[in-house]
Structures are given as C-alpha cells and as structure tokens.
Design a protein around this ligand. Structure first.
Ligand code: PNW
Length: 478
C-alpha cells in the first residue's frame, strides 16, 4: 500500500491452486465493510474541519504520496446517502468507519472549541445507517491526528498530553454518539502508526532518518502512548458509559503471519515466533493481558523501549478485562520471503493457510472473540471500470479467506464473530494514492461514479449461503 512501485507488473490471475469450498459460518456471524475517514470523505476543510497531519503530508512538495491527496477522495462527505444505499443493497450487517478527530475538535486539544457541524455529520451518518438496519462500528483514530496537536507537542510523541487530549475527544464521541453505537475501536493499527509513520516515514507525519528524527526511540514512544491512551479510554468507557449505552470497546491490531523459512530449523521457528511477538504482542500483551512488553522486546531494545510506571501497570491491569473482542486486520503471510500468488500490490499475497494459523495464534494467546476488522486485496491489473468489475481474483481471495475462518471455527474451535471486508469502495490508499484499489465498489475518480463489483455481490450471496449451510441437515462439515 505504501508506494506506487509496489504495483505488480505481471498480470497473474490465479489466486491459488485451491478451489473455494464455501464452508459454513455460524448463523450470527456478522459481515460488513470498512473504511477510514481520510481515505474516503474528502471535504477537507468543509463545515469547519481543521487540518490533520494527512492534509499536511499529502500536500508536501516534493510529494511523498504519489502526487495525490484526498481533498476530494470519494467525496463521501457529500454522498453518504448514496453510499449507504449501496451497502444496504449488498445486505451488510455492519459498517466500520472512522471519525476525523479534527472535524469534531478542529484544533484537537482538550481546551479547544467543539465543531457542531462535524458532530452533525457523524450523527446523521449513524442515524441513516440504523435506518437501513446497518450497525455502526466506530473507530476513533485511523491515522489523521489534528495538525494543531502535532504542532503543539508532536502528537504521539508526548504521552501525557496526547493521553489527555485523546480522552477528551473520546469522551465527546461517547456522549454524542454512544447512545446509538454498540461497538467502538480506539486505534487502528498501532504498529503502523509507530513504524510506518515514525520509522520508515511512508505515512504521516513522515518521520524517518532522512528527515532527521530519532528513529531509534520514537516508534517505541509512540507505541507506549497508544497503549496508555487506549487503556485510559477503555476504562473511561467502562466506568462512565458502558452500563447505560451497552456497547463494547477494544483496539484493532494488524499483522501478517510469519512462516519459518525452514520448518525443520528450530532457529527459523524461533525467528518466526519472535516476529509475531514484535508485531502483535508488542501491543497485545499490555492491552489484553495487562502485562509488560514481551521479554524478548525488552532484551533486544533495552532502554529504547519505555517502561511502564507502577501506576501505568495498574491502569493496564484494570483496563485489560474491558476489551470485549480482538479486532484483527489481516492481509497476508511472509516466510522470510513473500508466499502465495501476487495481488495488485507487492506486499500482499494470497495465503489463507497463514490466516488460519494466525487466528489460532491470537486465540491461544488472548482468548477473546476475534472480529476480522479488515481483510481484502487489490487485483493484479485492476484499473478502470472495464477491468475492475469482473474481479474474479478478489472473489477467490475472499472465498479462500472465509473458508480459512470456517476451518478455524469448526476444526480448531477458535471464536470468530465477524468479518469486515476492506474496503467498501476504492479509495485513497495513503502514500500509494489512487493506484491500488481495494473496494468491492468501483469508484471512478474523475466522475466519482460508483459501480458495484462482482465481489460485492459475491460477498452478499456467499454470506447468505454460508450461514444457511450451518443450519442445514446436509452440513456434513460440522
Ligand atoms: C490497512 N502491512 O493498513 C489500513 O488500515 C487501511 O487504511 C489500508 O487502506 C489497508 O490496510 C490496505 O492497505 C495496512 O504491512 C497496514 O501488511 C500494513 C499492512 C497492511 C495493511
């Protein structure tokens, strides 16, 4: 997703040598689609919205985002009615979207004014979703920090300031929207915020060695801030809102699965496990177990990894049981090298077996019901509507990944409660601009016309079929 050169030139169409089996899924299994504010909304300064770090980053010169920005994007801000009708026609149960913090508080901070027009936008969005029987799943932070808090104190780089400002912002969201929202996500992908935004610099604010920031310590400070801010807000939700609003809260962690390069080598097996600890348990252990960072991280990073004070450890321990589910974003598997057939971007290959193994790894470590909060792919060669609509590659990818979920549920006894396809529609793929298309709805970025791709209809039909199968007497699978 992070650079245009990622695009795979070779047009491979095979997704796998395996056929999709269309295995059963539990009756109550919920499916939906996911998006993020900056990637779809546009309306960059409409109705009093303040700038975010992405508004700044996408306008840098020379460009670090393929010459493209999301000032307009899908113009979802002005087209919510159309977009909700489209998703309703696909029979989704839920819609996961994110709130742009700088629409609610343009300057971001706890002493800054609230923007009622920004609140009205999300309030209407939620009402319209509910009117179509679609449950909103709301992410508070999907990468677009208010520029003003970055200018004031470096956003995530100042743990206490950020924690207090994020708590204030979350409090406003729970107060204004919480009577209609049953599922909250605090942060989307802390790993990416830490590493891609503060180590290799491909995401806003673009910190990396080349711009002279301290890449040895910043990513770990950012991670620390996210963990503590999540814990504060989860606990605040439990103490002040949960009883009356009857909702759930958690965080979304991403991660590839890592296969050992050579299964027979214990060193390689250890290396693969260590990669998962650095990728997932970095956040998962403090957040879900209320524990310190994995020992292997402390051993490797020493002083570069911040320590939790006694008070912070107590906060983590009190907040851990509040998390009601594990939000899992997952796309692909690596093996020291990439594995499986190539998609439309180099970092994403089709490897459903790795997905099943990661579902097991997460379940065993954290024992929380898993919701797959993002999964999807761009097809090789996908571009305009003529090549995009008949997206067999994506249908196969979805089919195989859903089969992997069925196997995890029925053969491995892992609890998986839902699946949200990334993404509802083609959108601004961060530093790769409008190149890679992850949508189940095609968007023409000249005319902004929307066209449902065949994978959208496939998901509608296959979820109906898979849930029906789990009831049927003929279901030999379970
Ligand atoms: C997610 N990786 O990020 C994001 O949540 C979305 O906003 C984004 O559009 C989507 O994936 C597709 O790229 C990812 O390293 C971050 O494998 C990192 C990875 C994958 C996805």
């Amino acid at each position: 997703m992070f650079s245009a050169s990622d695009t795979v030139a070779a047009l491979e169409t095979a997704t796998s040598d395996r056929e999709v089996e269309a295995l059963p899924l539990p009756h109550g299994f919920q499916w939906g689609t996911a998006t993020a504010a900056y990637q779809i909304e546009g309306g960059a300064s409409q109705d009093g919205k303040g700038p975010s770090i992405w508004d700044t980053f996408s306008h840098l010169s020379p460009s670090r985002t393929n010459g493209e920005n999301a000032d307009v994007a899908c113009d979802h801000y002005n087209r919510t009615t159309v977009d909700i009708k489209l998703m309703a026609s696909l029979g989704v149960d839920v819609y996961r979207f994110s709130i742009a913090w700088s629409r609610i508080i343009p300057l971001g901070g706890r002493n800054d004014p609230i923007n009622e027009r920004g609140i009205a936008f999300y309030s209407n969005l939620i009402d319209e979703l509910l009117a179509h029987n679609i449950a909103p799943v709301v992410t508070l932070y999907h990468w677009d920090a208010p520029q003003a808090i970055y200018d004031r104190y470096g956003a995530f780089l100042n743990t206490e300031e950020f924690q207090a400002d994020f708590e204030n912002y979350a409090h406003i969201c729970f107060s204004r929207f919480g009577n209609r929202v049953r599922k909250w996500v605090t942060f989307n992908e802390p790993y990416i915020i830490s590493i891609f935004a503060h180590l290799n610099g491909t995401l806003a604010p673009g910190h990396c060695r080349a711009v002279g920031t301290d890449t040895k310590t910043e990513p770990w400070i950012v991670g620390h801030t996210i963990i503590l801010s999540h814990a504060t807000v989860a606990l605040m939700y439990a103490n002040e809102f949960r009883d009356t609003q009857k909702g759930e809260i958690s965080i979304v962690l991403n991660g590839h699965y890592y296969e050992p390069y050579d299964q027979a080598s214990s060193q390689d097996r250890d290396a693969a496990e260590r990669r998962l600890l650095f990728y997932i348990a970095w956040f998962g252990d403090p957040v879900f177990l209320g524990e310190d960072y994995p020992a292997v991280m402390r051993a490797y990073l020493g002083d570069r990894l911040p320590t939790f004070t006694a008070k912070q450890r107590e906060l983590l321990q009190r907040a851990a049981p509040v998390n009601a589910y594990y939000g899992m974003n997952h796309y692909s598997t690596n093996e020291g090298k990439t594995v499986g057939p190539a998609s439309g971007v180099a970092w994403l290959r089709v490897a459903p077996e790795g997905f099943r193994k990661l579902l097991n790894w997460i379940w065993k470590r954290y024992r929380l019901p898993i919701i797959v909060t993002e999964n999807g792919c761009p097809c090789p060669g996908e571009k305009d509507v003529s090549t995009a609509v008949d997206d067999k590659f994506r249908q196969n990818y979805f089919g195989l990944y859903l089969d992997a979920i069925s196997r995890a549920i029925y053969e491995d006894r892992v609890t998986v409660d839902g699946y949200y396809a990334w993404s509802l529609m083609d959108n601004y793929e961060w530093s790769a601009g409008y190149g890679p298309r992850f949508g189940i709805i095609h968007v023409d970025f000249e005319t902004l016309e929307r066209t449902i791709k065949n994978s959208g209809y496939y998901l509608r039909d296959t979820f109906m079929e898979r849930r029906r199968l789990s009831h049927s007497k003929d279901a030999t699978y379970i």
